[in-house]
Ligand binder design. Sequence first.
Ligand SMILES: NC(=O)c1ccc[n+]([C@@H]2O[C@H](COP(=O)([O-])OP(=O)(O)OC[C@H]3O[C@@H](n4cnc5c(N)ncnc54)[C@H](OP(=O)(O)O)[C@@H]3O)[C@@H](O)[C@H]2O)c1
Length: 397
Amino acid sequence: MAPSRAIYTTARSALHRSLPPSPPCLHHRRLLSAYGYEQAKILALSSLGEPKDVLHLHSHSIAPPHGDLLTLRFLASPINPADINQIQGVYPTKPPFTTTLGTTEPIAVGGNEGVAEVIAKGGSVKGVEKGDWVIMKKQGFGTWRTHAQTKAEEVVVVKGEDWEGLRPEQVGTVSVNPMTAWRMLRDFVSLKEGEWFVQNGANSGVGRAAIQLGKLWGYKSLNIVRKRESGMEELKADLTSLGADAVITDEEFEAKGFRDQVKEMTNGGREPIRLGLNCVGGPLVNSMAKHLAAGAHMVTYGAMSKKPVSIPTGLLIFKDIHFDGFWVSKWSDANPKEKEVCIREVLSLMRQGKFKDVPMSPVTWNHNTKQEELVDAVQGTLEGFRSGKGIFVFGDT
Ligand SMILES: NC(=O)c1ccc[n+]([C@@H]2O[C@H](COP(=O)([O-])OP(=O)(O)OC[C@H]3O[C@@H](n4cnc5c(N)ncnc54)[C@H](OP(=O)(O)O)[C@@H]3O)[C@@H](O)[C@H]2O)c1
């Protein structure tokens, strides 16, 4: 049956008057199709390359769900650095290309993280209801799209009590960065209350999450941010308000005499730094490692400077510093239950006002939003010193 012409209506129309009022964060206008078909738009790529060269908007229709399928309407999908690397083809996993989205040549959908609302479900789906929100279980889902259809087992279900009072932007950014910070703080070293960790890229989504979780768990953080021409004091104040114990620039960190300041901060070395988190790479990592206590771990999770890490052998031989890597996708695949627990705990902290989301630059994606606007938002993520993380927030789709 061909999908009929789509018509605008309100999500909570007369048909839905028996439902409780929708929370203020839900968008009230959306596009519905007759006969249960949904008109989906996706930001797709047919080949790997620079986002501005390969991304295009593609429309297709989605049939009513049957069996264990859910039809989803996206609410918010962030633009993370790894999404760009994936499109460029320089990430270990490639976006899955398919011909099931109404094209003869294979295409893939950009984006890996986000939150969507369940708008229809197949007859055998249990434990998920219309109106529940869902978060993707695995990388490679393709979240830069208005609608999707998927098996219920592919998503983590977030009930109203989990997201009540939160915005889709908050819920849609919980499964990558806070999770990464959480695992790195907990899985490599068992820090005691009052012990320090040092991190670069402290203003990143992961860095901000590490500051806050660290504070909640009683750890002290020494935070390195890259020097910027303006707004430095404001940034330091912002990170301090999140719970950072010290915030300094990369230049200050590398300056002569800083070693003495670290000694002072760590109570003459009696509060050792046993964990380092590396988002940036390059020579800064050596300088950080020199401040670590014997047997400490330096965990690399990002490479924002695109510079390699070279390790002085003395740190390995005489101080037994461990250089590790962490990749949240691999961890999530191996630990799906723990991922769910972390998601709910971070959402709970957010609801209690104990965990702040990152500054964001929302890009509204409406039914008529032009391809150019969406592609520019993705390409812009590559530019430095941004005021906030780019995130698609879906409107009247
Ligand atoms: N391994 C994993 O499982 C995992 C999970 C999540 C994220 N990551 C990685 O972690 C990194 C941060 O991700 P995110 O989502 O948290 O990032 P984000 O919120 O978009 O922030 C990017 C950060 O990178 C900094 N930065 C950009 N270019 C830089 C450069 N040339 N030199 C130094 N710093 C630079 C920015 O500094 P300013 O604040 O000065 O602009 C900003 O703080 C990315 O590499 C991402 O791929 C890895």
